[in-house]
Ligand binder design. Structure first.
Ligand SMILES: [Zn+2]
Length: 414
C-alpha cells in the first residue's frame, strides 16, 4: 500500500476528506481537509443552510484532532461565511467539530470520557491540554448531549446543595429518585436558583411531579411551594440524621473550648481526639476509636448523653422499619431531645418537630437521598476534580457528564 493511500484510509472525518497531509519532521501532523458537501454552507447555531456565501473571503481555521501514532494532529480548513436569517453573518459550521471549539468532536469526546474516570493531572498529561480547557470541553459536550426529553415523566425528585471550591461557592443539584441520576444543576443555593429549574422544565412537566425531597432549609421549601404546589415536600432522612450529628458536634466543641481554658491541656487534647469516635457510625470504628468511646461512656456526662441521642436518631433510619414505627420513634426522639437540657439538642428537637409533616411524607414514600450512595460518592469525587475549573458551569458540566443521563462514548470507530 502506498503511504498516501494508507493516510486517506486512516484519516476519515465525518463529512470531510483529506486533501493534503504535512509533517515537517517535528511538531504536529497537519491534515488539510475539505467538506464533502461543499456546495452548502450551514449555520453553526441552527439547521439553516444555503449555497450562497456572504463574501469571497476565506477564513483559515484549525482544530486539534486525536493523536496519530503518538504525534499531535491538526486539521486545517478554509471556511466561508454565510448570512443566516436568524443569526446574521456567521462562519460556516463543520460536521467534525462543535461550534466555537478549537478541537474536533472526536478529541472532545475522548477528553469527556477520560475526565469522568481519571484524575486531573493524568487527563492533562495524557491529552496535553490545560485543565481549564478540559472544563470548556465538558461544557460543550454536555450542551451537545443533554436535551429537554429528560424532564418528561418526572415523579419523585431530590434537591440538594453542594459546596464547590472550598465552601465559597454552592451548586444546587436536582436528582431523579427513579433513575439515580442528576437531571439539572445551577450555581447558587437560594429559592431563585431552584425557581430556574421549574421555569426550564415548564408547567406541564412540573404538574407531573409528586414529591421533592430536600433538607430543612427555607430556600428549597419556598421554591417548591411556589412552583409545584401539588408536590409533597419531603424532608430527606439523611438530613434528619445530620441534625443529630451536628448537635453532637456543637456539644463536643463546647467541651473542648472549656477544656482549652484549663491549665491542664491534656483534657483539651482528649476532646479534640474524640471527634471521629463520636461522629462515625459505631460499626465503622477503629479499635482506638472504640477505646475512646468506651472511655467516654465511663466518664458519662453530657457528651455521652449527646452521643446516645445522636445514635438513637440514626438508628431510626438504620433498620427497615414500618413508617408508623419510624414516626413514633421520631416523636419520642423529639421529646427526649427537647427535654435533655442540652442546648443544641433542644434546638434540633424543635427544628425536627417543625418539619414533622415533611419527614412523614418522606418516610411513607420511602424517599431518601441516602439510598443513592453511589451517586452521592460520584458527585463528591467530580466536585473535587472540578476545583481547578474557571466557572461553576464547567464544574456542573463535569458532574452532568459523570452523573447525568449522558452517554459519553470513546471516539474509536474500529
Ligand atoms: Zn442560524
Amino acid at each position: 500500500m502506498r503511504a498516501s493511500t494508507l493516510l486517506n484510509r486512516v484519516f476519515t472525518f465525518t463529512g470531510a476528506t483529506v486533501t493534503a497531509v504535512d509533517y515537517p519532521g517535528h511538531g504536529p501532523v497537519t491534515a488539510t481537509v475539505k467538506l464533502t458537501a461543499r456546495t452548502k454552507l450551514s449555520c453553526p447555531h441552527c439547521p439553516f443552510s444555503t449555497t450562497a456565501s456572504y463574501d469571497t473571503r476565506w477564513n483559515a481555521s484549525s482544530w486539534r484532532h486525536l493523536d496519530t501514532a503518538g504525534t499531535p494532529m491538526i486539521l486545517k480548513m478554509l471556511r466561508r461565511r454565510l448570512r443566516c436569517p436568524a443569526h446574521g453573518v456567521v462562519v460556516q459550521a463543520v460536521p467534525f467539530a462543535r461550534h466555537g471549539s478549537r478541537f474536533t468532536r472526536d478529541f472532545e469526546d475522548l477528553v469527556a470520557w477520560l475526565v469522568t474516570r481519571m484524575d486531573k493531572s493524568s487527563v492533562s498529561a495524557f491529552t496535553r491540554i490545560a485543565w481549564r480547557t478540559v472544563g470548556a470541553i465538558c461544557e460543550r459536550v454536555v450542551a451537545d448531549q443533554l436535551d429537554a426529553s429528560r424532564f418528561g415523566n418526572l415523579v419523585n425528585l431530590g434537591v440538594d446543595e453542594i459546596s464547590w471550591r472550598k465552601h465559597h461557592n454552592y451548586l444546587t443539584l436536582v436528582s431523579d429518585h427513579e433513575t439515580s441520576t442528576i437531571l439539572w444543576g445551577s450555581a447558587g443555593k437560594n429559592a431563585a436558583t431552584l425557581d430556574k429549574f421549574f421555569s426550564e422544565i415548564g408547567p406541564e412537566n412540573t404538574a407531573n411531579i409528586q414529591a421533592v425531597s430536600m433538607d430543612m432549609g427555607a430556600a428549597f421549601i419556598k421554591s417548591v411551594k411556589a412552583n409545584a404546589p401539588n408536590a409533597a415536600i419531603c424532608i430527606d432522612p439523611f438530613h434528619v440524621v445530620q441534625l443529630g450529628t451536628k448537635a453532637l458536634e456543637t456539644v463536643r466543641r463546647a467541651h473542648w473550648q472549656r477544656a482549652r481554658s484549663l491549665p491542664d491541656q491534656a483534657f483539651a487534647k482528649k476532646y479534640q481526639g474524640n471527634r471521629y469516635a463520636l461522629l462515625k457510625n459505631p460499626g465503622t470504628l477503629t479499635p482506638t476509636q472504640q477505646e475512646t468511646l468506651e472511655q467516654l461512656r465511663e466518664d458519662g456526662g453530657t457528651l455521652w448523653e449527646g452521643y446516645l441521642l445522636k445514635e438513637s436518631l440514626r438508628e431510626v433510619f438504620a433498620g427497615d422499619l414500618e413508617p408508623e414505627v419510624v414516626m413514633a420513634m421520631i416523636q419520642s426522639w423529639c421529646d427526649a431531645a427537647t427535654t435533655s437540657g442540652l442546648g443544641p439538642f433542644m434546638k434540633a428537637g424543635a427544628t425536627l418537630r417543625g418539619h414533622i409533616d415533611g419527614v412523614h411524607a418522606a418516610v411513607t414514600r420511602g424517599l431518601s437521598n441516602g439510598k443513592h450512595e453511589g451517586l452521592n460518592n460520584k458527585i463528591r469525587t467530580m466536585t473535587r476534580r472540578s476545583y481547578g475549573f474557571h466557572s461553576p458551569e464547567a464544574a456542573l458540566a463535569l458532574i452532568m457528564l459523570a452523573c447525568g443521563p449522558v452517554e459519553v462514548r470513546l471516539p474509536y470507530k474500529r
